[in-house]
Design a protein around this ligand. Structure first.
Ligand SMILES: *Cc1c(COP(=O)(O)O)cnc(C)c1O
Length: 391
């Protein structure tokens, strides 16, 4: 089955739900058992890795509808739901780490994931080393006997470096460690992590899976080998998400292919227009042929989402504010992956240790939504007029 078909059929179960197309919202804490043997057998099933309903926190047909669909799309064995993308990142790492372990983390990782490493993981005695996202096979020089995880995120948050994940995975596996990936940017449609050597893949479902800017959701998918460790870790720390939110996420998932293709087309159009503007220093979009990671992107990815950055030519703060503050169609706010366009100023220079980032040419991250690109370009063009008036 092709992905477009999987998006429509995966995780659904009309036979068990009166023919209802979408798996209904099961609100549950207590689940009743018929008898002592039913109680014992259902727990036995669950301990054998089967999807048996035993208690609300552990999973319901509603949560499996999303988990099974995402596992199939990512190409992994099973998925586990978390209440946010950050919870998914944090608990995926925690599930595999113990005191004295070493974690290699890409220097361009999503900021809050880095903060989790710097605070919680360090407090629990895990050593963290940040590495240049462009390191590729050179990762082997940083791997130590106690390295447990090499964490990758491609492209990097805000700065869009493309990582050579197959080269990293090769060295990591030879050293007996695992590769964990934050695969949110491409979504399960445009990057197939398990075909490139990833062992554990994370989705901030909040972004493209939900797709409508109204739900927090996280998912972690693992290989068959990594699954028991991941699932035990999630279970022991009580990870779950509310059924209404899970329902909205699986509903969003059904239209992911049409949305993502449009985000890609719109994003490339706006990125190319920005590249020709005199106010713009550079555009960081892996699908553009002059992006340093373009060849790797072409080799490994199946598409591009609607998120990229640009760097403006050096300008006074008033000019930057004049550009950003009065945009009509671009909202200023965190997150992305919804149907609407967003714009955000960011300064990655504060959160880099393995690489330098000079923000003299200020970085602006854009999420291109499903609006008409002519309208979006007009909005940005008027913004540039306001910018130039302040120079
Ligand atoms: C947004 C984001 C997260 C965190 O997701 P939340 O649902 O906001 O907690 C993790 N990784 C990446 C790359 C993200 O963009």
């Amino acid at each position: 089955m092709k992905d477009e078909t999987k998006l429509v059929v995966a995780g659904r179960d009309p036979e068990s739900n009166y023919g209802i197309v979408n798996v209904p919202v099961y609100h549950a804490s207590t689940v009743l058992f018929d008898s002592l043997s039913d109680l014992q057998n259902r727990f036995k099933d669950r301990n054998d890795g089967k999807q048996a309903v035993t208690y609300g926190r552990v999973g319901t047909p509603t949560s499996w509808s999303l988990e099974n669909a995402v596992a199939e799309l990512e190409g992994g064995y099973r998925s586990q739901i978390f209440p946010s993308g950050l919870a998914a990142c944090a608990h995926a790492m925690q599930a595999f780490l113990k005191a004295g372990d070493h974690l290699l983390m890409t220097d361009s990782v999503y900021g809050p994931s880095r903060t989790y490493c710097e605070t919680v993981l360090k407090r629990f005695g895990v050593e963290v080393t940040y590495y240049n996202p462009l390191i590729g096979a050179g990762i082997s020089e940083l791997i130590r006997p106690n390295t447990r995880i090499v964490f990758v995120e491609s492209p990097g948050s805000q700065t869009f470096e493309i990582q050579d994940i197959p080269a990293i995975a090769d060295k990591t596996h030879k050293a007996g460690a695992i590769v964990m990936m934050d695969n949110t940017w491409a979504s399960p449609l445009f990057y197939k992590p398990f075909e490139h050597g990833v062992d554990v893949s994370i989705q901030a479902g909040t972004k493209y899976i939900v797709g409508h800017s109204d739900v927090m959701m996280g998912l972690v998918t693992a290989t068959k080998e990594a699954w028991p460790t991941l699932q035990a870790g999630a279970n022991l720390s009580g990870q779950t998400a509310g059924p209404d939110d899970v329902y909205l996420a699986q509903r969003g998932l059904r239209t992911l292919s049409v949305r993502l293709k449009q985000h890609m087309e719109n994003g490339i159009k706006v990125a190319e227009w920005l590249k020709g503007r005199e106010e713009v220093h550079s555009v960081l979009h892996p699908a553009l042929s002059d992006h340093p990671g373009h060849d790797l992107w072409k080799r490994d990815f199946l598409g591009a989402s609607g998120l990229f950055s640009m760097r403006l030519n050096k300008l006074p703060k008033e000019a930057l504010a004049a550009f950003l503050d009065d945009l009509k169609l671009f909202g200023m706010g965190y997150s992305w992956g919804g149907y609407e366009s967003l714009i955000l100023y960011a300064d990655p220079s504060h959160s880099r240790t393995a690489t330098n980032w000079d923000n003299t040419n200020p970085l602006i991250r854009l999420h291109i939504g499903l609006e008409d690109t002519g309208d979006l370009i007009e909005d940005l063009s008027e913004g540039f007029d306001r910018l130039r008036a302040k120079l």
